[in-house]
Design a protein around this ligand. Structure first.
Ligand SMILES: NC(=O)c1ccc[n+]([C@@H]2O[C@H](COP(=O)([O-])OP(=O)(O)OC[C@H]3O[C@@H](n4cnc5c(N)ncnc54)[C@H](O)[C@@H]3O)[C@@H](O)[C@H]2O)c1
Length: 357
């Protein structure tokens, strides 16, 4: 079988994870890599079998015409990368969460991809962890009775973590659409971060199937004392009439169900284990249109709209209707709205992470 050719842009942490995992899969070959940092580019090339190198992603893609254009740059770069992929004739674009920082950009990239027919995948790959899979299995089995609530909390800030929380809970809820959102936020320290965010955001979501979503992200989100790793203090789950099941990103899973009592198991987020199935599903989808990747843009977009609607609710007040029908610059709205008061933390470790001493 032919190997799909791949260009990977951004040779940082996630770019290296992607490039290594593509090369480890016999269906793919990384033929070119790109970074604006030449030292990084050289170091990466040596580890990846010396593919072609370039510092201009669009020019490299035009020259190489890859089947797959993958970019793992920071969240500020979306439209030019997706344009580069589409104009170079790529069959699939793989990129990192969050889908977009603003709904203006979300609409632009989504329209571009839809018009061009290029497949797109967003890296919400934690779901392949055995503990995430177990929680999904329990929820899907019906053991929780009627699921009425899905929830996610993370101490990591919004642009890093909220996309993950919402996507996995939407997966638990079979990607039922959301109909409205209401949220609040506090703290300006992370607005200047390369993952720009309010220091704390929390909100409620109404899903069309009657399920309630509850999310909070950042300095005010609760500690998960069972989890040592700060970035892994994420609790993501579902409650039903007959029990609950939840995953802790770096602390396994636990559930209580009517018929099974208390159950628990191990699991911790692990890129080496999560990337191979994420990459394999790209080959499956490229081979067969009837086998869409579970991290496809359509699924990821549902979460992106919820995340952006939460920010609009912060800025404008009240409930925000979904799906979004108008564009906005949610980053600018947050900057204009957030009060200039330090965030109040939920436990001491968050003070350090949010620059509060
Ligand atoms: N899915 C996950 O589990 C997960 C985990 C961590 C980070 N992320 C996401 O991955 C993305 C990248 O994060 P990272 O930690 O790898 O960042 P990083 O800073 O380590 O790497 C980004 C790289 O992009 C390069 N770059 C910047 N502009 C460029 C351009 N115009 N052309 C080519 N290269 C350019 C930088 O030089 C850098 O090497 C972010 O969106 C982040 O949110 C996802």
């Amino acid at each position: 079988m032919n190997r799909y050719s791949v260009v990977v842009v951004g040779m940082g942490k996630r770019g290296m994870h992607h490039a290594t995992s593509f090369n480890a899969n016999p269906r793919f070959q990384v033929v070119a890599i790109c970074d604006i940092d030449n030292a990084r580019l050289d170091a990466a090339a040596a580890k990846l079998g010396n593919p072609k190198k370039g510092t201009d992603a669009a020019a490299l893609a035009r020259e190489v015409k890859p089947d797959v254009f993958c970019f793992c740059t920071l969240p500020n770069l979306r439209t030019p990368m997706i344009q580069a992929a589409v104009f170079a004739g790529a069959k699939l674009v793989a990129f990192e969460k969050p889908v977009a920082l603003t709904s203006t950009e979300l609409f632009t990239v989504r329209d571009l991809l839809k018009k061009s027919g290029v497949k797109a995948v967003v890296s919400h790959q934690h779901r392949y962890g055995a503990h995430y899979q177990k929680v999904k299995e329990i929820i899907a089995s019906g053991a929780l009775g009627r699921v009425h609530t899905i929830y996610g909390s993370a101490t990591g800030w919004m642009t890093h973590m909220l996309s993950h929380l919402i996507d996995y809970t939407c997966w638990f809820n079979n990607y039922a659409p959301a109909t409205w959102v209401m949220a609040q936020a506090a703290g300006r320290a992370k607005l200047a971060d390369n993952h720009p965010s309010p220091d704390y955001i929390g909100g409620f979501v109404q899903f069309a199937n009657g399920v309630r979503g509850v999310y909070e992200c950042g300095a005010g989100a609760p500690d998960q004392p069972e989890v040592a790793k700060w970035w892994g203090k994420n609790r993501i789950g579902a409650q039903g009439t007959e029990g609950f099941a939840e995953v802790l990103t770096n602390g396994g899973w636990r559930a209580v169900t009517k018929s099974g009592g208390f159950q628990t198991g191990e699991g911790a987020m692990n890129y080496d284990l999560d990337m191979p199935p994420y990459i394999q599903e790209m080959a499956d989808w490229l081979d067969d249109n009837n086998k869409p990747h579970q991290c496809n843009l359509e699924n990821a977009s549902l979460g992106a709209e919820i995340m952006l609607a939460m920010q609009r609710s912060v800025a404008e007040g009240g409930q925000v209707c979904l799906p979004l029908f108008s564009k906005a610059d949610e980053q600018a709205l947050l900057k204009a709205k957030l009060a200039d008061r330090p965030v109040l933390v939920s436990f001491d470790q968050n003070k350090k992470e949010f620059g509060l001493g």
